[in-house]
Design a protein around this ligand. Structure first.
Ligand code: PMP
Length: 300
């Protein structure tokens, strides 16, 4: 279970976490009209190392723009200062996740997205992996990933996570760790809150950005790390049976890090243990997340 830190930020003010709340009549509560991102921070002697903060803020801005919120740039322009104040108030002693959400906090406006009051909340909690580290088993869901033509897949919109919750609960109920979503065309999309990669004949393959995926920041980082070490990569449509016959499969995301998947729909993947390319990439990602001088890190 996550332990939420005692202070949160709400519209730039640092307040006790349990006072950071929204009205039951807000659009955010009524329609799931909020957008968010979660980023990881490693706790070190040097300070908190926040992973790829600018990319998370860009995705937040783009999510807002895709669903038609007014420009959120003014709302997030001071976010670094707010984060510093929040960290100072909470004084974390372990690795953290930060959840930054922009809520349509306007009261009962009907289903529209423009000219609404928007509020920014940030809270932090101890970073616990959402998947088992070496033995994740997943199940293809009967629920399809919400299509980009229904709710933009590459926007991180709170309401769209009903789709993830349905599929993940179903996977848990049948003894699995997570679901595997196919899209409306029957191709592999992603997990409930993580992207997916497979390794076949030495090539690293992941569903492309037209496969109704969230464009994960960890996914992009892994593609860049693979290029650095000379692993060939491909972003394309992926069929379910390619996963069944892959040498290695892993999930990735801010809260999944890199989690090897050892079985899908009861079929053992590769040797049923984390593969060597998966291990190499996991080590590279950990090294980047632990290096205060890395380009991808903002030090707090
Ligand atoms: N897909 C979905 C649906 C997610 O919720 C997440 C978690 N944010 C991811 C993929 C992974 O994205 P990221 O690497 O940016 O955390």
């Amino acid at each position: 279970m996550a332990t939420i830190a005692p202070f949160a930020a709400y519209n730039g003010e640092i307040i006790p976490f349990d006072q950071a709340s929204l009205s039951v009549a807000s659009s955010a509560v009524l329609y799931g009209l909020s957008i968010y991102s979660v980023f990881y921070a490693k706790h070190t002697e040097a300070g908190l190392l926040v992973f790829r903060l600018p990319q998370h803020l860009t995705r937040l801005r783009q999510s807002a723009s895709m669903i038609g919120f007014d420009d959120v740039t003014p709302l997030i322009s001071d976010i670094e200062t707010t984060l510093r104040k929040l960290i100072e108030a909470n004084k974390p002693t372990t690795d953290q996740f930060f959840r930054v959400t922009i809520h349509a906090s306007e009261l009962v406006p009907g289903v529209r997205t423009r000219n609404l009051t928007l509020s920014l909340s940030i809270f932090m909690y101890n970073a616990v992996n959402i998947l088992p580290q070496d033995k994740a088993r997943i199940k293809t869901s009967q629920w399809r990933r919400v299509a980009d033509t229904a709710i933009p897949a590459r926007a991180k919109v709170n309401g769209a996570y009903v789709n993830s919750a349905l599929a993940k609960q179903d996977a848990i109920d049948s003894g699995h760790d997570d679901c595997l979503f196919l899209n409306q065309n029957g191709y592999v999309s992603e997990l409930s809150a993580a992207n997916i990669f497979l390794v076949k004949r030495g090539e690293l393959i992941t569903p492309d950005c037209a496969s109704d995926i969230l464009e994960g920041i960890t996914r992009r980082s892994i593609l860049e790390l693979a290029k650095e070490v000379g692993i060939p990569t491909s972003e394309r449509k992926v069929a379910l049976t390619e996963l069944y016959t892959a040498d290695e499969v892993f999930a990735c995301g801010t809260s999944a890090f890199i989690s090897p998947i050892i079985a899908i729909d009861g079929r053992v993947i590769g040797d049923g243990i984390p593969g060597t390319l998966t291990d190499t990439l996991r080590d590279k990602l950990k090294a980047a997340q632990s290096d205060p001088t890395h380009d991808w890190i903002t030090l707090f």
